[in-house]
Ligand binder design. Structure first.
Ligand code: BYC
Length: 320
């Protein structure tokens, strides 16, 4: 097939909803876009463990501690599936990790904000996982098979995460006046950064047009953001909390909530590495990587020994 035919054949598969699989022909730019997005997503899961991991030892009860531990562990698992999905495209996992550690790769802006108290754990589950699901449900239908399939399990787990967060907020909002004030304060601090998770406005989004044509993205940044606002506002009202946006108003004609302008300067400043916790997050990942060097070395030594046993079983038995 000529390269023109290959392209046409590829696009017609996408148009007829046939998934693209690792060994199928694909344009280089499709492969590159996916590696970029999937690896950023994987890094987000791994860095996303940090703000919550910080609260495992300080959870207010054994029940809360168990739940939070399980949630943070799930996020580690999501990162691993996603790195594996990126590897099916020919990416090298070590290289991806190096891109994160050297600050070359992006991860979600949201994880550069601090978790100041227990109510923040509720707000993260409710809002951050809530926003993540909105985006990831769409990705269960993305055109690349391994990414779409990884998303199915991830969404099931994210949905549990969202509920655990909302349950914390419900308990706090229905608790003492001080607890309710903490829940409101956490909502005030996490609301706008959660809206930023969906990325720049469609008109400013560099990758959206092509990603939509390839059905990597099925909904635009602005559509998903609107969907999140519409779903979340009634949830806040139900537990007696108010969304910190004076411009928020139901628009009968549109059938959606209108909402205020996001501080895009803040968004880009965080994306470029100057958010409140960017440096701290990267330092934590670098330290974890360095502290884990002995585990990687031991695993390699073990694998080499096993390989050796296959080649020279008798010598290996004698040496043991
Ligand atoms: N933060 O052209 P655009 C989670 C970058 S949830 C940082 O619209 P695209 C979790 C973008 O990468 C979070 N950077 O890009 C939840 C691009 O830069 P490059 C992870 C952002 O890719 C709870 C530039 O801005 N979810 O993991 O079409 C607990 C232009 O943007 C952000 C995912 O990653 C941002 N918020 O659309 C634990 C979902 N937004 O690459 C963990 C998969 C944009 O040109 N990703 N940028 O240098 C996606 O769906 C898409 O990548 C996005 C952005 C919708 C995020």
């Amino acid at each position: 097939m000529t390269s023109l035919n290959l392209e046409e054949n590829f696009q017609s598969k996408i148009d007829t909803e046939i998934k693209i699989e690792p060994k199928d022909w694909m344009p280089d730019a499709y492969r590159k876009t996916l590696i970029r997005q999937i690896s950023q997503h994987a890094h987000s899961e791994i860095v996303g463990m940090l703000p919550e991991g910080n609260w495992i030892t300080r959870a207010p009860s054994l029940r809360r501690k168990l739940i939070l531990l399980a949630k943070v562990q799930d996020e580690g698992g999501h990162g691993l599936y996603l790195y594996s999905a990126a590897e099916t495209l020919g990416a090298d996992r070590d290289e991806l990790v190096q891109q994160l550690l050297t600050g070359k790769a992006k991860y979600s802006s949201i994880f550069n904000y601090p978790t100041l108290n227990w109510a923040d754990i509720g707000a993260i589950g409710w809002l951050v996982d809530g926003a993540a699901i909105m985006n990831q449900v769409m990705l269960t239908r993305t055109s690349y098979g391994p990414y779409a399939r990884a998303m199915v399990r991830i969404c099931k787990e994210e949905s549990f995460h969202q509920r655990q967060g909302y349950e914390i907020m419900m308990a706090m909002a229905g608790g003492s006046p001080e607890q309710k004030a903490m829940a409101q304060d956490a909502l005030n601090r996490w609301w706008w950064p959660s809206l930023m998770m969906f990325g720049p406005r469609d008109s400013e989004s560099a990758h959206s047009d092509q990603a939509s044509k390839w059905k990597i993205k099925r909904k635009s940044n602005d559509e998903l953001r609107q969907q999140f606002v519409d779903v979340t506002v009634p949830q806040a009202e139900r537990i007696g909390l108010s969304v910190p946006d004076p411009d928020l108003k139901w628009n009968e004609a549109r059938g959606h909530n209108d909402f205020g302008e996001i501080d895009w300067d803040e968004f880009w400043s965080v994306v470029k590495g100057n958010g409140p916790c960017n440096r701290q997050r990267l330092q934590a990942r670098i330290k974890a990587y360095e502290d884990g060097a002995w585990v990687r070395e031991a695993a390699m030594a073990h694998a080499e020994k096993k390989e050796q046993r296959k080649i020279e079983p008798e010598a290996a038995v004698k040496a043991a």
